[in-house]
Design a protein around this ligand. Structure first.
Ligand SMILES: [Ca+2]
Ligand SMILES: [Ca+2]
Ligand SMILES: [Ca+2]
Ligand SMILES: [Ca+2]
Length: 126
């Protein structure tokens, strides 16, 4: 009897324990599937489909770094609607490019976009 209970306990520990995936930003999306593994973005919006979610992607020209060309591109759509790539605070599709989005861009200036978990753990976006 005792050995049966022990065997059952070992079996449960080996096979019955649910696997808890790491979720660094606690947005409900496991790191390995999270296109912004360090930014809360449960919706996983990724307008330009580069595996780097809008919430961590201010690299609007896909050069690999956030710089002056991105600021220029942002300026061309500031104050307009429907430019989801710049929508980091509002919800798609009702995105309005505003000062809050500009703050997001400035905070990311000089940085590489990401990290995204969908490429390889917590790597930078492509
Ligand atoms: Ca997450
Ligand atoms: Ca996230
Ligand atoms: Ca993106
Ligand atoms: Ca760029």
């Amino acid at each position: 009897m005792r050995s049966t209970i022990f065997a059952a306990a070992v079996t449960f520990l080996l096979w019955g324990t649910p696997a808890f995936a790491a979720d660094f930003d606690l947005d409900g999306v496991a790191d390995e599937f999270d296109n912004c593994s360090q930014a809360v973005n449960t919706a996983q919006d990724d307008t330009d489909a580069d595996d780097c979610g809008n919430s961590c992607d201010a690299d609007y020209d896909d050069s690999g770094v956030v710089g002056h060309p991105d600021v220029f591109k942002f300026g061309t759509v500031f104050g307009t609607m429907g430019n989801e790539e710049q929508c980091h605070v509002g919800m798609i599709p009702d995105c309005f490019v505003s000062f809050s989005d500009f703050g997001f861009l400035i905070a990311a200036f000089g940085e590489i976009p990401g990290p995204s978990g969908t490429t390889a753990g917590t790597t930078a976006c492509p």
